[in-house]
Design a protein. Structure first.
Lengths: 152, 187
């Protein structure tokens, strides 16, 4: 009788553990990019130049196969900003005449654009797309960050 | 030798001016997809696509960073990007290349909403398939925007789930909605 109870309790624990794990996996939160530490810290110009030199190698280095790609912290000259969908996009200078950095700020992240004019900015975000010359578009595409936030 | 270089340079400048004169660019876009099954509805949004629109030829091109799709659930986002689904590390961008059929019948100098047919090719994971859909061109105060909606059958692009949660929770055909606003129209 005691042995059966022990088996029953053990099975119950296993079941609770399995349900809790499945529940966690299904409802696991997104990464907290704003509070996470950047994996790479460099200038926006250096990162764009790295991509334009060898895109395949850079994709291998920065992109993740489950979409949890590298969090990068970039410093560069503020060029412009525009609204897009639910957020603001900050454009930092990359390689002049070719590609710049388009950092899509996280939804709800507010910024005083007038105060950014002509400044060197430091921001952080997830690298999702590297720059390259696109022969169909006939232009250099930008380096794109999402879930970005301005550090200073 | 000097003369031939000069001629080549002039031809290049002419071609560049001719080819880019009517081309508008968009960095303000929204692409979403919606999947419905009895078990779950899944929606993802992407605001990172780059597009060009040639107002003379009607050529419209979208380059879509696949890791720009954001999902409500982190697990869905991981599935979407994984090697079994879109494999976004190996294939970071999708592309649509198409044309607005009979663009010459649309007066882009006049404000209005114009129903159009868009025909082209969509490339996902290096698989290219034809896409034809109804869309809309909207001109307002010199600003052009395009919208379209079309279904994608995932198996056409080699995306097939045999078993597991994705097989039951992701529809075989998903609805894609596209919207882009372009820089100002030239007079």
């Amino acid at each position: 009788m005691r042995k059966r109870r022990l088996v029953f309790i053990s099975l119950l624990f296993v079941l609770i553990g399995a349900v809790a794990t499945a529940f966690y996996l299904f409802f696991q939160p997104h990464r907290d990019i704003k509070n996470a530490e950047a994996e790479y810290v460099l200038s926006s110009e250096a990162l764009v130049a790295e991509y334009l030199t060898d895109k395949a190698a850079a994709d291998l280095k920065y992109l993740d196969e489950k979409g949890e790609s590298a969090i990068v912290e970039l410093t560069g000259r503020f060029l412009s900003a525009h609204a897009n969908g639910p957020s603001t996009v900050i454009v930092l200078e990359g390689v002049a005449g070719k590609s710049d950095v388009h950092a899509h700020l996280s939804t709800g992240e507010t910024v005083d654009i007038a105060a950014l004019e002509g400044k060197q900015l430091r921001l952080k975000g997830v690298l999702i797309s590297g720059p390259e010359f696109d022969a169909d578009l006939e232009l250099y595409t930008p380096l794109i960050l999402r879930e970005s936030s301005i550090i200073n | 030798m000097k003369n031939s270089s000069l001629v080549l340079m002039m031809v290049s400048i002419f071609l560049l001016a001719f080819s880019s004169g009517s081309k508008l660019q968009s960095v303000k876009s929204h692409i979403s997809f919606y999947s419905h099954t009895p078990l779950e509805d899944i929606k993802a949004d992407n605001y990172t696509a780059i597009s060009t629109f040639d107002t003379e030829s009607g050529a419209v091109i979208f380059s879509v960073p696949m890791q720009g799709f954001m999902f409500e659930k982190a697990l869905m986002q991981k599935h979407f990007n994984s090697a079994n689904f879109l494999d976004t590390k190996a294939f970071p961008k999708a592309k649509f290349k198409g044309n607005v059929v009979q663009i010459e019948k649309v007066d882009l100098k006049k404000d209005g909403v114009y129903p159009v047919t868009v025909a082209g090719e969509l490339t996902l994971k290096e698989v290219t398939k034809p896409v034809t859909t109804m869309g809309e061109l909207k001109v307002k105060a010199g600003q052009l925007s395009v919208s379209a909606k079309f279904p994608i059958t995932l198996a056409d692009y080699g995306i097939v789930f045999e078993k597991g949660k994705p097989a039951s929770n992701i529809a075989k055909t998903v609805e894609v909605e596209v919207h882009a606003s372009y820089d100002a129209l030239k007079d």
